[in-house]
Write a protein that binds this ligand. Structure first.
Ligand code: 5AD
Ligand code: SF4
Length: 394
């Protein structure tokens, strides 16, 4: 199992390196290692995250060589033969043409379901007294990260929680320091609106990703569904994180009551203006213990259309299939998302006893299967549609 292919450094310009993968070249930012031409590295999200020995790299590349080209051929064939509707086909061809068959896989660890906010759409909102709350201790978080890296080879991990003030700046520092001390990964924070100083400190310790959706570009809906919050402040924070150098995941919810087609186009455009490294948007799935519990969930088609349009508007972007889309259509959500222009996914590695409790929406997919089974089923699906479980970058 592998979520990155080692690449060979063939050129170095200051902190940018050019990396060769079986004859294809990509660029990555190197901030953490002494490198010379000929070294082998792993990159994730455009960052060099690990240097490995030539012997190890050559062994891994040998295992990959045949599969790498076999998967490409499957992807090319399926892209050409697609029987999906025109918009989806076009988006998929654009993905194939610009980015090939690589698919980023990130692990996600939901470490606390406490949240001080009360977003109308969210099942772990502060006022929902119908769920049991949990928060993982610092060492527990570090341990599960280590497990995900050592046992399953994850090269990128998202740490997600509600906005939980129990994790003070000092605690977050300790978590990031301890994780990165022994685990060469792209560490992505999904911890909500923290002050910029906290994000700066965590960046200086090596975290390089931040996931923060703006939720909706419609100011009226934003203020209605996120009481006591301002859209502009959220956007400013996303911009500041980008300016600091973070790899940005951002996006919105589709299907909020009152949202129309024009809003969704504006959502895609606003996301584009923020120049995210990863688009992360998906369906709103109503949770019964929230003020929006009675709303009808959006159609699969509306999500696939948004994915396709995003791919067409931003050909070289990374686009995530969210687990909410996988939940919306348990049978086909992931596969169809990937066949309509998406090229990234996440696997939940939260310990099983907590997974069900991270109930931002009900019926979350795969909370009832073991991590190993989830990983195998995802890899099997990727193989069947010719996607390589690795982020080669741009
Ligand atoms: N359905 C789908 N996504 C949701 N989120 C919150 N509530 C829901 C829901 N009911 C998303 C928000 C938030 C992310 C962590 O989870 O977009 O940014
Ligand atoms: Fe908290 Fe995020 Fe849920 Fe809002 S969407 S209640 S900030 S976890």
């Amino acid at each position: 199992m592998c979520y990155a292919i080692p690449g060979k450094v063939i050129e170095i310009n200051d902190n940018m390196v050019t990396v060769d993968y079986f004859g294809e070249t990509r660029r990555a930012r190197n901030e953490f290692y002494e490198l010379t031409s000929g070294d082998y590295i792993y990159a994730q999200g455009g960052f060099v995250i690990q240097k490995i020995s030539q012997d190890e790299a050559i062994g891994i590349l040998k295992d990959w060589q045949e599969l790498f080209f076999e998967l490409k051929a499957i992807d090319l064939r399926l892209t050409k033969e697609s029987k999906l509707k025109n918009l989806y086909q076009i988006a998929n061809s654009i993905r194939q043409k610009h980015l090939g068959n690589s698919c980023c896989i990130h692990g996600i660890i939901e470490f606390s379901n406490y949240c001080s906010n009360n977003c109308f759409y969210c099942g772990i909102r502060n006022s929902n007294i119908g769920i049991s709350r949990y928060r993982m201790e610092i060492d527990e978080i570090v341990k599960i990260c280590e497990y995900a890296v050592k046992e399953f080879n994850f090269k990128a991990l998202v740490l997600q929680s509600g906005e939980d003030p129990w994790y003070t700046q000092d605690k977050l520092i300790s978590i990031v320091e301890k994780i990165l001390r022994n685990n060469p990964i792209l560490l992505i924070l999904s911890i909500g609106e923290r002050d910029i100083e906290t994000y700066k400190r965590l960046y200086s310790l090596g975290s390089r990703g931040a996931l923060l959706r703006f939720e909706t570009s419609n100011n009226f809906l934003y203020e209605k569904y996120r009481p006591a919050h301002k859209l502009q402040e959220r956007i400013e924070l996303i911009k500041e994180l980008k300016a600091l150098g973070y790899f940005i995941f951002t996006g919105f919810l589709i299907g909020l009551p009152g949202q129309n087609q024009e809003d969704i186009l504006n959502d895609i455009k606003l996301a584009g203006v923020l120049e995210p490294d990863m688009f992360s948007f998906g369906p709103f799935i109503p949770h019964p213990n929230t003020p929006l519990g009675d709303v009808k969930q959006p159609s699969l088609d509306s999500i696939l259309t948004a994915i396709s349009r995003t791919r067409i508007m931003y050909p070289k972007s990374r686009i995530l299939v969210t687990s909410a889309l996988e939940t919306l259509d348990r049978q086909n959500g992931l596969r169809l998302g990937l066949l309509c222009g998406a090229n990234s996914l996440m696997i939940d590695v939260t310990p099983e006893k907590y997974q069900k409790l991270y109930e931002i929406y009900p019926g979350r997919i795969r909370t009832d299967t073991k991590i190993t089974e989830r990983i195998s089923s995802v890899l099997e699906l990727l193989h069947s549609i010719g996607r390589a479980p690795t982020d080669l970058g741009l």
